[in-house]
Ligand binder design. Structure first.
Ligand SMILES: Cc1ncc(COP(=O)(O)O)c(C=O)c1O
Length: 368
């Protein structure tokens, strides 16, 4: 059995590990329209799973998608040691499949795991688990416009113990689901100044379950008030914009792309980073800095064209059509010639092989 010793992490891109595969007897694919499924409900035929115990990852395997059996004493149910990633694979023009920015997602996964006191997942295990799972479930990668295969790697604490302690045992799983667009139309958002998502020194930069659990109530209240999402502000002053839902925030004001600078309260988004690289390559001025509610309000009031959008794996580029600040609601520019749409198109072209991948972002899985 292959073991991944944590004291001796392997970072060799060229090593290939054979992962034992047990195939499903019956694919769920026949009869499904994988280009038109509700987001995140339909698993592909298989999952990847590995177990951590005694200080090392072992028992990596691919199996038919199945339920998990865990003791009610498993620590993940009680103290929140859960970490996940959200990635996508795309059907390319030549029929192959590209996994987008695997390495960057892996680095963030390990940063999140570290913050939550959980063991790192070696690069080789992450990469081979993903590649082999996607090669096996390749028929599930949709080819429709705006459709992709969403990938969810995650680690949960499984040690059976009711005491408040760091777990000594974990499961690492990867599951996939074909998805279409996350949001059907431009978003109406409100600036949130009552609740906060993350504070300095906390876990905001980690993709851990608790960050999302804590965001549900304020988001639900905003939805009940007629908005789609909240724009989070900083915990100390509630004056500076941070991010939104599962997206980083971006504005194009006066021809300059402005986005809140990364900090320990903001997730280091892969889409954010990709759009910033594309913008710099176009010689668009980019500013990563604090942006206050007052500055945004002044720009929105000035009557100048303000583009606002969320950037994230699930939503890609989500145009924001209006922003509520206190009692006032302001409109943003979302028409077809808005610059943000061109970033979405450029990303799509790179991912599908229509444009050259000069950045080396695509991890290509060849189809049989
Ligand atoms: C809180 C939060 N911010 C931002 C993002 C965007 O990150 P990415 O572009 O890597 O999906 C996500 C999604 O992963 C998120 O959950």
């Amino acid at each position: 059995m292959k073991r991944y010793n944590m004291k001796n992490q392997i970072h060799n891109m060229h090593t290939t590990t054979t992962i034992p595969i047990r195939r499903t007897a019956e694919s769920g694919l026949p009869g499904l329209d994988i280009n038109n499924l509700p987001f995140g409900k339909t698993p592909t035929d298989h999952l990847f799973i590995a177990r951590y115990a005694g200080g090392e990852w072992a028992e990596a395997r691919i199996e038919p998608f199945h339920q998990l059996t865990l003791s009610p004493f498993a620590l993940c149910f009680h103290y929140g040691q859960t970490v996940f990633e959200g990635m996508k694979a795309f059907r390319m023009e030549d029929g192959n499949i590209s996994i987008f920015r695997l390495e960057k997602h892996h680095r963030r996964f390990n940063r999140s795991l570290h913050r939550m006191g959980m063991p790192a997942v070696p690069y080789e295990l992450f990469r081979e688990g993903l590649r082999q799972l996607i090669a096996l479930d390749q028929e599930w990668a949709p080819s429709g416009k705006d459709a992709s295969l969403y990938i969810r790697p995650f680690v949960i604490a499984t040690e059976e113990r009711l005491g408040v302690k760091i777990s000594d045992e974990y499961l690492f799983l990867i599951v996939c689901t074909p998805v279409g667009p996350y949001y059907a139309r431009p978003l109406r958002v409100k600036v949130e100044t009552e609740f906060v998502r993350a504070a300095d020194g906390g876990t905001g930069y980690a993709k851990c379950g608790g960050n999302y659990g804590g965001a549900f109530l304020p988001t639900q209240k905003a939805i009940e008030a007629g908005y789609d999402q909240v724009l989070w502000t900083d915990a100390q002053t509630r004056e500076f914009l941070e991010e939104s839902g599962t997206m980083n925030l971006m504005f194009i004001i006066d021809g300059t792309l402005i986005t809140p600078a990364l900090s320990d309260t903001i997730l280091d988004g892969v889409t954010r980073d990709s759009i910033l690289q594309l913008a710099r390559a176009r010689s668009l001025e980019v500013q990563e800095r604090k942006i206050s509610i007052r500055e945004l309000e002044a720009a929105l009031k000035s009557g100048d064209r303000v583009e606002a959008f969320g950037a994230g794996t699930a939503a890609v580029v989500a145009p924001i059509e209006s922003i509520a600040i206190g009692e006032e609601t302001y409109s943003c520019y979302v028409k077809e010639d808005a610059v943000m749409h061109s970033f979405k198109a450029e990303l799509q072209a790179i991912r599908t092989g229509k444009a050259e991948d000069v950045w080396g972002w695509n991890e290509v899985v060849g189809v049989r």
